[in-house]
Design a binder for this molecule. Structure first.
Ligand code: P1T
Length: 381
């Protein structure tokens, strides 16, 4: 099946009893057993739920994996992967990543004697320099949040394989429409399903997808033991949202390109970060590993200050100032004081995340309206 067909059909079957074409919301915590242990594969909804199973099968197909596990948030999924580590293990992660990921690594897991190294993994040599026998996991995002750096997935996963290290790719910004990290050698793909996959800003959910059966066993054990599972209503909403991922992504990409080009010509704007520019640091890698360049971009103002960024953000009318991304509506945010506030200033400045950096999640509205809105807000800066 091709991608667009998988989105609509993979893992989903008409209900044998009624013919209902949408997977029912199995709003149940438990399942009748004929005798102890004799049942139809479902015992308790923390372990399995039919609506969640349909979604997991669909997600596995989209990423060309043979298993998927859904969690009650993207952070729940990241938590599960990090719980594969034991005290004394070390993790190498990109230094430009979602603030919540940085926070769970440094504020939660460092307490359990797991060591984290943060480095610029858009340069693959930085990975080689940090590898030692205690390193058991490499964690990357690409494109990164919020600097839109591109990391060469194939090069990173090759080094991981040579050194027996698990490689995990947070594919939230790209979505499975733009990029499939398992095809490029990754062991685990992670999604904040909250974003493009659901696409309608009405669900918080996470997912892990892979091919390695041992990893599936370990992660399913963690999922069931720790219990961060999504409810069937949310699984239903994601199954509904996912059906239009391809058409939404096409428009996100078209609008993102036009806005990146508009901003790069505006005299209030200093730098625009978008992997589709031919002078973007890793544009050539983005061209190879991604189908298009996505709807996320960031930019700085010539007058670089938090106050000036706040002026812009209070002036937009269509771009709503809000956390999150990947929904049909356009959002704007200020990473330094919002999504990435948990990263110390000196750390974020090192990765280019300046005080005036503004992040846009470009929605699928009419492009003229979006550009007019940005134009009038930039006039206030
Ligand atoms: O919010 P949650 O579903 O728990 O997912 C966490 C997460 C993980 N990875 C990436 C790349 C993310 O962007 C996020 C969540 N990000 C935001 C809420 C944000 O506005 O950037």
């Amino acid at each position: 099946m091709k991608f667009a067909t998988k989105l609509i059909h993979a893992g989903v079957h008409a209900d044998p009893e009624t013919g209902a074409i949408m997977t029912p919301i199995y709003q149940t915590s438990t399942y009748a057993q004929k005798a102890p242990g004799i049942h139809k594969g479902f015992e308790y909804s923390r372990t399995h739920n039919p609506t969640r199973t349909a979604l997991q099968n669909n997600l596995a197909a989209l990423e060309n994996g043979n298993w998927a596990l859904c969690f009650s948030s993207g952070m729940g999924a990241i938590d599960a992967v990090t719980k594969l580590m034991k005290p004394g293990d070390e993790v190498i992660a990109s230094n430009d990543l979602y603030g919540g990921t940085y926070r769970i690594f440094t504020k939660i897991f460092e307490n359990y004697n797991i060591k984290f190294h943060f480095t610029d993994l858009s340069n693959v040599h930085n990975l080689k320099n940090l590898i030692n026998p205690n390193v058991k996991l490499v964690w990357i995002e690409t494109p990164t949040n919020p600097m839109l750096n591109i990391i060469n997935i194939e090069a990173i996963t090759k080094i991981c394989k040579e050194n027996n290290i698990i490689s995990a790719v947070d594919n939230t910004f790209a979505s499975p429409y733009l990029q499939n990290p398992l095809n490029l050698g990754a062991d685990i793909v992670m999604h904040s399903v909250t974003k493009y996959i659901n696409g309608h800003s009405d669900v918080v959910m996470g997912a892990l997808i892979g091919n390695n059966i041992q990893l599936h066993e370990k992660l399913a054990f963690i999922q069931n033991s720790c219990g961060a599972v999504p409810g069937p209503q949310d699984c239903f909403l994601v199954l509904r949202g996912i059906k239009t991922l391809h058409v939404r992504m096409e428009r996100h990409c078209q609008n993102g390109k036009k806005i990146a080009e508009f901003l790069s010509k505006n005299n209030k704007v200093d730098k625009v970060y978008w992997p589709g520019f031919t002078n973007h640091n890793n544009h050539e890698i983005a061209k190879v590993q991604m189908k298009d360049f996505g709807g996320m971009l960031s930019f700085t103002l010539k007058n670089d200050s938090i106050e000036n960024a706040h002026k812009f953000l209070s002036a937009t009318k269509l771009f709503t100032l809000a956390e999150s991304l990947g929904g049909v509506e356009s959002l704007c945010g200020h990473p330094a004081t919002m999504t990435h506030a948990s990263i110390p200033r000196e750390e974020r400045i090192k990765s280019g995340l300046l005080d005036s950096l503004i992040r846009l999640s470009v929605g699928i509205e009419d492009i003229d309206d979006l550009i007019n809105d940005l134009n009038q807000a930039l006039e206030k800066c």
